[in-house]
Design a protein around this ligand. Structure first.
Ligand code: HAM
Length: 422
């Protein structure tokens, strides 16, 4: 095949017709489970103001410093959304959603954009589903959020994962911890990576997230935040853990889990899977009690998570899980001649109105070619229509699996098929 002149951008992927049914099936599962949890869907624009993402996600994060797709047009600074927590918070504030009463439990499904180096499970346009609960600081909200996330994987049949849990503390605990961390890191700072040196003053906790080899020995020995949590943060974390125990949701504690955004406070979690390669994070999230205020809204505690849908698909492939049933069409109208084609065209809508799926050949092909096409389309039945059939008002309905044929009127066919297939 000649090389095409135009291709997708690096790390941007077409979802072709053979793949789209499984995406739809996954979306359906998410919508169904969200409805059971009484969560509401939110859809926000693909582009946001760059300033929102810089403020919300954090200037020194990898996402903002290296990975955002941003451009200017006129006086506006646009960014393709790299995640949806900051945008959902923006929408919450912009539309005064606290006035709707209670906590807002908002889920979403959609594409995100990060200019990362593509590899398996890492794309520049990728999809997330996620949830943001705004307005509650009750540990129940944290645990319902985690339970929803786990429910999706459980329903699909992905079991091989590790839920890592940490508390990154409230501002008071974090200050105490950051101070201890700085005191510990300072004598060795010269030997550490440039990035870590940069993070040292503003946010030393992000150093714990460093992947640089020279940082690892220092990270391993670093003090852990658990020893610096104040009473309130400790109590909150204890409750999250005990509610997870009550639900039978297993987790492991990871004191170095800080996550890649600056907005986290208290609970932080990540779900990893050994069925994935080096990009092993299926999902991640946590609390962000200060973000709503940070972007100009009323003080509002919040918690949420987001999950990578491509990574979920990879896990399904590894495990041989089929998300979608094999595609099929109920009836394929096989037409012989112009009169038959016209008849088929006018009887397709009636068939579809009866609730069946139906198609015909659009290429005036031979009967043999149409039968072959019906097989390719996985037709359950073919309806053979020629001049004789039109004169007699009886058509040959063929059950493709059992190779049975019978002559029937159109009304009888619809009755038979609706009884059998619907
Ligand atoms: P995140 O950890 O950056 O969190 O992303 C969540 C998930 O999105 C990851 O665990 C991964 O599965 C997937 N993901 C991230 N980047 C890529 C990529 N380049 N290609 C494919 N999949 C990717 C957030 O986005 C936060 N907004 C989560 C959150 C919600 N925290 C609170 N509320």
């Amino acid at each position: 095949m000649p090389k095409p002149k135009y291709t997708t951008h690096l790390g941007m992927v077409d979802i072709l017709p053979d793949e789209s049914p499984k995406w739809r099936a996954l979306e359906q599962i998410i919508h169904e489970e969200a409805a059971k949890f009484n969560f509401e869907e939110i859809r926000t624009p693909i582009m946001e103001q760059t300033e929102l993402i810089v403020r919300g996600v954090g200037q020194l994060t990898d996402i903002v410093s290296k990975e955002i797709f941003a451009f200017e047009k006129g006086d506006s600074h646009y960014v393709l959304r790299p995640e949806l927590t900051a945008p959902v918070v923006r929408a919450f504030v912009e539309h005064h959603m606290q006035q709707r009463g209670g906590s807002q439990k908002l889920y979403y499904i959609g594409p995100m954009f990060r200019a990362e180096k593509p590899q398996k499970g890492r794309q520049r346009q990728f999809h997330q589903f996620g949830l943001e609960i705004l307005g509650s600081d009750d540990p129940i909200a944290d645990v319902e959020c985690i339970a929803f996330m786990m429910r999706i994987y459980q329903r699909i049949g992905i079991k091989n994962f590790d839920l890592k849990l940490n508390s990154v503390g409230d501002p008071e605990s974090r200050e105490a911890y950051k101070e201890a961390l700085r005191a510990y890191l300072k004598p060795n700072l010269d030997e550490m990576s440039e990035l870590s040196q940069k993070r040292f003053e503003k946010n030393p906790m992000r150093i714990l997230d460093s992947k640089e080899e020279e940082d690892q020995p220092f990270i391993e020995q670093a003090p852990v935040i658990q020893d610096y949590l104040n009473e309130e943060s400790k109590e909150h974390f204890e409750k999250v853990k005990s509610y997870l125990d009550d639900l039978g949701i297993a987790y492991s504690l990871d004191p170095h889990l800080v996550r890649g955004m600056d907005y986290y406070t208290r609970t932080a979690f990540e779900l990893t899977s050994s069925d994935l390669g080096s990009q092993d994070a299926l999902a991640g999230g946590g609390r962000y009690d200060l973000l709503v205020e940070e972007v100009g809204g009323p003080s509002t505690p919040a918690v949420g998570f987001a999950a990578g849908m491509e990574r979920l698909m990879i896990a399904c492939e590894e495990l041989g899980i089929e998300l979608a049933e094999e595609k099929s069409v109920d009836v394929y109208f096989v037409t012989l001649g112009d009169a038959a084609r016209k008849w088929a065209l006018t009887h397709l809508p009636k068939t579809r109105e009866a609730g069946l799926s139906a198609t015909m050949d659009y290429m005036s092909r031979s009967m043999k070619a149409q039968m072959k096409d019906a097989n390719r389309e996985n037709a359950l039945y073919t309806l053979i229509i020629g001049d004789n059939e039109l004169n007699e008002g009886k058509f040959t309905l063929r059950n493709m699996k059992e190779s049975e044929e019978m002559p029937l009127s159109f009304d009888e066919i619809i009755e038979k098929l609706t009884k059998k297939l619907l």
